[in-house]
Design a protein around this ligand. Structure first.
Ligand code: PFF
Ligand code: NA
Length: 451
């Protein structure tokens, strides 16, 4: 039985920076590089970014701290952690594990596209300037049957191979390579993009808000995106927090991790949007932005292929350090609660999630006509149910359980290591978790469901 080390104790992160990199690795992912730029593009650039920031400050930091504290206190997976606070709350953790399952299934499909694009870049197939040709190429890939499923399988294999290595030897070790590599590459790309002639328009687009674009659906989209991007609302940070030692500094981590994630989301916007403007493309190109518009941009740039290889490696690194955390949420549950062998749990869960991803992949092609929700096929339904329903609901219930059931005094005691650490904002955090979080999430959520 694992989740335990050789001396029979629960596995722990090897170092403080190891945990930060792993948790930041979970946060920084396709959400930042693939979703954020096109959502900002669709929802009026700076207007979306502004709403995103408000939600980040009101609930992002707050919930990050709540999840990590709950995990370290209970030293358990998401379901076990909620159950320890009160038997009837175990279902909150179960919603989380379900969300992890769903997210990983479609996440891995996109991860597969990234591998496919890395291969295409290396073989020179992407060296095309015509956005229409590139659009057809992307359409052909995602609407196929065997090709996208093959790459989806490959991505899933890479994910479970890392998770098989356990917390220290797998997740932490890989994050220590993936994350620094990612930071260097995104900075290089953002500089390259912002120094192109005409780039200023893209920077303005990202930073100057147009308030006429803001409505309740944009706010729900931004809320869902904050949860998705910070890996909140489904017990991922509970799970990662459960491998922390009792002397770790949680208040500090809860600030650092969201800052890194948001920094990378902005850098991604600054890498993608100025380049898109500089070459005269449409910023609102949708999910295809990084697979269609961006390659067209690279093809026109001196040494573009080099930058493009760097870009897709970067996206792959980000996707992997997140997918391993999604799988770990499920693995930790099965290992803790069902006492299953860790290796068996990892491989079988990966396989089941791979199967679930198949309809998500096919919904871009042969199964495009099947809709589960109005106008939404498998992929969009999985994305909508997890990002716009399960994560906000999980976040709302997290606030209630930590703020009202377990209680903020207990949580603060745990967060400060029994008063040994300074946590100046403790009273403010308590206020946010008890009142602001539930009310804000509740209003947006209900308002949007009512349509
Ligand atoms: N935060 C990841 C991203 O932005 O791509 C996605 C994610 C990972 C969501 C882990 C939830 C999670 F538990
Ligand atoms: Na993210």
């Amino acid at each position: 039985m694992a989740n335990l080390n050789n001396s029979g104790e629960r596995e722990q992160w090897g170092s403080k920076i190891g945990f930060i990199l792993a948790a930041a690795g979970s946060a920084v992912g396709l959400g930042n590089l693939w979703k954020f730029p096109y959502m900002a593009g669709k929802n009026g650039g700076g207007a979306f970014v502004l709403v995103y920031f408000i939600i980040l400050f009101l609930v992002g930091f707050t919930l990050m701290l709540a999840e990590i504290v709950l995990g370290r206190y209970t030293q358990l997976n998401a379901i076990g952690a909620y159950r320890k606070i009160g038997k009837k709350w175990a279902f909150v953790g179960a919603l989380g594990v379900l969300a992890g399952f769903l997210i990983l299934s479609f996440y891995s499909v996109v991860g597969g596209w990234v591998i496919a694009y890395l291969v295409k870049t290396l073989t020179g197939a992407l060296n095309v300037t015509d956005a229409e040709v590139l659009g057809n190429m992307f359409g052909k890939l995602i609407s196929g049957t065997t090709e996208p499923i093959f790459y989806h399988a490959l991505f899933m294999v890479a994910t479970f191979l890392i998770v098989l290595g356990g917390i220290g030897g797998g997740i932490e070790k890989s994050s220590k390579i993936l994350m620094p590599g990612l930071f260097v590459m995104i900075i290089v790309l953002a500089i390259r993009s912002m120094t192109l002639p005409g780039a200023v328009e893209g920077i303005k687009y990202l930073l100057v808000p147009d308030f006429s674009k803001i409505n309740i659906d944009v706010v729900l989209d931004a809320l869902g995106q904050v949860f998705f991007s910070l890996s909140l609302g489904m017990g991922c940070m509970i799970t990662y927090g459960s491998y922390l030692s009792k002397d770790s500094n949680i208040p500090e981590s809860a600030v650092t991790i969201p800052l890194i994630d948001t920094g990378v989301a902005l850098l991604a916007g600054l890498a993608v949007l100025p380049a898109v403007f500089a070459f005269g493309f449409e910023p609102s190109a949708g999910p295809g932005l990084i697979f269609i518009t961006f390659p067209a941009v690279f093809a026109q740039m001196p040494f573009g292929t080099l930058f493009e290889i760097m870009f897709f490696i970067l996206v792959l690194f980000a996707a992997l350090s997140s997918s391993i955390s999604l799988l770990e949420v499920c693995v930790a549950y099965v290992v803790d609660e069902w006492k299953m062998n860790r290796k068996v749990a990892t491989v079988s869960l990966a396989f089941v999630i791979f199967l679930l991803g198949i309809p998500a992949s096919l919904s871009f092609g042969p199964w495009a006509h099947i809709t589960l929700l109005p106008g939404k096929g498998f992929f969009d339904t999985f994305d909508f149910i997890s990002s716009n329903i399960l994560l906000p609901l999980g976040g709302l219930l997290l606030c209630i359980v930590v703020g009202w059931i377990w209680g903020t005094d207990n949580a603060i005691k745990e967060a400060t290591n029994e008063g040994q650490l300074e946590f100046k904002f403790a009273p403010f955090w308590a206020f946010l978790v008890k009142y602001v979080g539930p009310v804000a999430i509740g209003i947006v959520f209900i308002r949007s469901l009512l349509g």
